[in-house]
Structure formats: C-alpha cells, structure tokens
Design a protein around this ligand. Structure first.
Ligand code: FAD
Ligand code: MG
Length: 321
C-alpha cells in the first residue's frame, strides 16, 4: 500500500510548456487521462499549428462563419467579453501582432513601426461575430486572428480539476507552466497548505522571490520575464498593449492572481498587468474572490490582501510594500 505522505509526480511537455501533475498515490492511469485531456484541448485551441478549430476560424477571416465545438465557442465568447470591458488591455484579436513579434518563438524581432500600424486595425474585438444558436464564429476582416494564449491555460487547468474530481481525486496539484491549480490540501502530515514558489524575475529558474501558501486555489503568474527577447538593451516581452502594438510598459515585473478558478487567474493577470498597481488595487477592492501579488521594477512586492493565501518573501533584493 502506498504511504499517504508520498508525492508522485508526472510530467509532460504540452502547449510548448512543461506540465507537472502531483498526486498522493501512484496513479498512472489518472496521469495519462490528464495529459490526454490537455492534448485534446490543445488540439482544439492552438494557434501554433496550421490546423485546430481556432485556426479554422482564423483561416476563414473575412470569408465565412465557422462552426466550433461548445467549449471553444464558450471560451471565445468569454475572451471577447473580457476584451470589451472598459479600458481592457486584454484583446482576443491580438493574434496578428503576436504572430508578427514571435516573442518566445524562433525569429523574434522588433517589427517596423509601419508593420505594427498596418496590423493594429486587425485587432478589434467587436469584429468577432458570435452566433450562439449555431456555435459559429466569424471574423469580419481578412487577416484577423484570435489568440487565446492569455486565457486558454486557465480554462484547461479548470477542466483538469473537473476530471481529477470525477476520478475521485481530491488532493492534487497541476502546473501548466505559469498556471498552478491545487485541489484540496497536500495529503501530508507536516504540511497543511501547498507551497508554490514565485520565481525571481530574471533570476535562475530555481531562484525564488517568495512562496505562496494556498489550499484548493489557483495561482497564476504573468510576468515580463517569462517570454521575452532583448534587442539593443531593451527587453521586449510577450504581453502586448493593444493600443500601441508594443509590449505593455509600466512599473510591473509580474502579477500573480490567487482565485478559485484558474480561468479567472489567467484573465485577471493580464487585465491587472495592463492597469498597473494603483488602479488594480482599487479594482480588486470590489472583487473579494480575487487576490493578487504585484512585483515592481523598483523591487516592491505588493499584496492586495491575504485572505486566501500566505506569502513569505525570501529574496532580500525585494521588500514588502
Ligand atoms: P499570459 O500573460 O496569460 O498571456 C500572454 C499571451 O497572451 C501571449 O503569449 C500572447 O499569446 C497573448 N497576448 C499577448 N498580449 C495580449 C493581450 N493584450 N490580450 C490578450 N492576449 C494577449 N508555446 C510554445 O512555445 N509552443 C507551442 O506550441 C505552444 N502551444 C500552445 C497551445 C495552447 C493551446 C496554449 C494555450 C498555449 C501554447 N503555447 C505554446 C504558449 C503560448 O504561446 C503563450 O506563451 C502562453 O499561453 C502564455 O501564457 P502565460 O500564462 O505565460 O501568459
Ligand atoms: Mg493570462
């Protein structure tokens, strides 16, 4: 019989990201089912291959509607709604700019200003037509492309949680590379909460800025040090400002969101990143179920509140504000 204190880790590379599943029993079958589910959803939602349901929509831009499956339709609808919030920096039609910058992919480079200016008119969320009765999507203008990179991992993490629960697993952790979702507490006599490392910005992969302790929560981090390149001393990262077409530039290095659902974490990390600290703290005071940790370029760590988590600062280059 397996000891309840033992952790079993299963890993895979999917969605161009290292995926880690932690369980408290050796359950290869569950791990296989989890990785299969992630692969199925990746196949529907990826924009990094020629074919997926999302790519079918993109290929038909300016020409015709495309019928998609219900989960894809729901996710596009949610991404559109978030994109249309007042002053939202989240834009599901950011695809043409993401493809042009190629940040995190081979061939990344700063596009010319004229290229950026010619692509900006293709990033208009209101031009995504949705027909719920037929689950179909139409992009009004040729060249438009939906990119769900800022929301899909969160959605997928939530579906993994549903699957684990269906299999009777109530204590587990799934890490989709930046999106961590915990189920229950760790089944460990010495540990009543999960300790999740917050990476030190631009540090070595195992260097931690601090740890976040949670039980049954999602912890999602978006940072400018995750995918970036440097050109002539300037860092260009992968969260783009839909108003300018260039990487968002403010006081932030990263935003971490602690929430029940990982889709909220994924949405809010991007939204709050665009708002900056001051506006975010004001906004979060109206959202008791969402909490955040901001790390700034001047070395400050700012916590919105600590109702759903505990934070321990480990790195002396940073201080709690
Ligand atoms: P977030 O901060 O949550 O989002 C940033 C990402 O969202 C950007 O990378 C971009 O895709 C998009 N984005 C940028 N600006 C905006 C904006 N203003 N509004 C909305 N969205 C924006 N990576 C690989 O290297 N190879 C792969 O084959 C690959 N396949 C993937 C397949 C799927 C289904 C998914 C979901 C991701 C895949 N990825 C792959 C990773 C992907 O390219 C992104 O890097 C990743 O989703 C970013 O997640 P994040 O949580 O770090 O960033
Ligand atoms: Mg996100």
């Amino acid at each position: 019989m397996s000891s309840p204190e033992r952790v079993y880790s299963y890993s895979a590379t999917l969605m161009g990201s290292p995926i880690l599943l932690k369980l408290f029993e050796d359950n290869q079958q569950a791990a296989r089912a989890v990785f299969r589910l992630i692969k199925q959803l990746e196949d529907l939602l990826t924009v990094n291959r020629e074919h997926s349901q999302l790519m079918n929509v993109n290929h038909a831009a300016g020409r015709h509607h495309v019928v998609v499956s219900e989960p894809v339709f729901e996710l596009i609808s949610q991404a559109k709604a978030v994109s249309l919030l007042p002053d939202s920096c989240f834009n599901l039609t950011i695809g043409p700019l993401v493809k042009r910058w190629k940040i995190g992919f081979h061939g990344d480079q700063v596009p010319s200003l004229s290229d950026i200016q010619s692509l900006l008119p293709l990033t208009q969320p209101e031009k995504v037509q949705l027909a719920p009765s037929s689950c179909s999507v139409f992009l009004e203008q040729a060249g438009m492309e939906i990119d769900l990179g800022a929301i899909a991992k969160g959605y997928i993490a939530d579906r993994v949680r549903d699957l684990l629960r269906q299999m009777g697993i109530d204590h587990a952790l799934i890490n989709l590379g930046g999106n961590v979702l915990t189920l229950g507490s760790p089944q460990h006599a010495m540990q009543n909460a999960w300790g999740i490392g917050l990476q030190k910005p631009f540090g070595m992969p195992d260097e931690l800025l601090g740890t976040i302790e949670v039980v049954g929560k999602s912890v999602v981090t978006s940072g400018i040090y995750e995918r970036y390149f440097e050109q002539n001393g300037t860092i260009y990262h992968h969260i783009l400002d839909p108003n300018t077409g260039y990487p968002l530039n403010n006081e932030l290095l990263s935003v971490t969101v602690i929430s029940d659902d990982s889709i909220d974490g994924d949405i809010y990390t991007t939204l709050l990143y665009g708002m900056g600290v001051e506006k975010s703290l004001c906004y979060l005071s109206t959202l008791p179920h969402i909490e955040a940790i901001f790390v700034t370029k001047s070395g400050e760590v700012i916590l919105s509140s600590q109702r759903q988590f505990r934070f321990t600062l480990l790195d002396t280059d940073y201080h709690l504000a």
